[in-house]
Structures are given as C-alpha cells and as structure tokens.
Design a protein around this ligand. Sequence first.
Ligand code: GTP
Ligand code: MG
Length: 230
Amino acid sequence: MVEYPIKQIVDILNKKESVTEHVMDVEVVELYQELEVYYRSALDKVETKLLIIDRELSSNSHQGRKNMIHQLQKRIKRFKSVVNKLNSKQLNFSKDTIINNIHDFAGLRVICSYSDDIYTLIDSLSHHPDIKILKIKNYLEQPKPSGYRSVHVLIEVPVYFLKETKQMTVEIQFRTIAMDFWASLEHSLRYKNDWKSPELSEKLQTIADNINDLENDMLTIRKAIDRLDD
Ligand code: GTP
Ligand code: MG
C-alpha cells in the first residue's frame, strides 16, 4: 500500500512548494478521485434507501406522517479537509489510512420535520439487511456543550461495482429543521473568525435551548392533531 507523507501534502496545499513539481501530488489527487467514485456511489445508495423509506411511510396505506424528510443534503469531504484531518491524526495519506480513519468521507444530512421522525427513519434504516449500524452518537439525548442537537449515525453499506463489492462507510447526520437553522448559523458564526467569548457562547447555547422549546411546542400541537385524525 503506497503511503504519501502528510506533511509534504500539507506544505503543497499551503503553497510552500510548487504543485507542478511533484509527481506525488498527481498521484494523491488520483487516489482521492478513485475514492470519490466509491463514496459518491455509497451516498447515492443510502440516499435512495432513505427516500424510499420516507415515501412508503408517507403513503396512505401506512397512514404515516407526511414529509418526515424535509431536506436531504449529501457531500463528499473535500480533498483539503481529508488532508487536514489525516494531519491532525498524525497519519500519512493512503487508501488504507483514509478508509480506516476518515469515517465522514461520505456524509448525508437528513433534515427532518420533528425529532420523532429522526428515530422512525433510523429504526427503518437499521432493519435493512444490508445496512450495518457501526455507531450512533445521540446529541438529542445528550446535547453538545455548544447547544448542538442531532443524531449522527455511522453505517456500513455494500456497493456493487464492476469488479467487486465494497463495504462503504457513510456518516448520516439527522437534525430537525429547527436545529438546522441554529447549526447552520452557529457554524458560520464560529468559523468566520476564531473568536472565543464565553458570553457569546452562552447566548448561542440559550438560543439553542429556546429553539428546542419551540420545536417541542410544535411537536405537541402536531401530536394533538394526529390524535384528532385517529
Ligand atoms: P469530526 O472529527 O469533526 O468529525 O468530529 P467527531 O468525530 O467528534 O464528530 P462529531 O460527532 O462531533 O460531529 C462533527 C460534525 O457534527 C461537524 O462536522 C458538524 O457538522 C457537526 N457538529 C458537531 N458539533 C457541532 C456544533 O457545536 N455546532 C455545529 N454547527 N455543528 C456541529
Ligand atoms: Mg465529522
């Protein structure tokens, strides 16, 4: 297995060295692109599974809830982010180090209407015989100190390619619409510049709690309406 020294790639990315002089960086980019094909395919497969679950549960025969999935986003980790993450873990760049250590190379974000939809979707997905749940981080039950709430699920799914079947790891982040509003804005505020203010952090935390209260109020109303329909 070919390994490329991570420091050198970081230097190239930081433009401390000329990119064109290196045979190595052509090879690393090609390796990244090869992995991208596999991970994109895994994302497509998992996206389809989730859309099918949502469609079936929304159908009349199930008398389920409409539009549990408000929005679905997918992304492949950018080359630079892969390099930075390997560097922070003091690992060199290779197919093995990426596959074994970068679990969010392929990421799906499922934005749900209500928090109970998140559990319904995860439960349905976990019943697919080809899906293996590797890890669940439940930040709904135990929110992050920042105020962040969501459920992160790491799964393994087989993808059938021309010559082989590959077991691919995909990270799915399940959030509610309300939490997506908070997380998107908080993310852009935090990463805009590297501020560290306990007061502002506390304010953001309080806003997260308030948004969660509003969401629960909406859920209470929805449940009352659900009962009227029964
Ligand atoms: P990473 O190495 O960043 O993946 O951290 P980790 O392995 O500890 O994963 P974690 O479960 O913390 O999830 C990281 C991802 O969750 C981030 O890339 C964000 O998308 C999201 N996330 C986690 N915490 C926060 C937060 O406080 N605010 C926002 N806006 N997003 C968060
Ligand atoms: Mg991550």
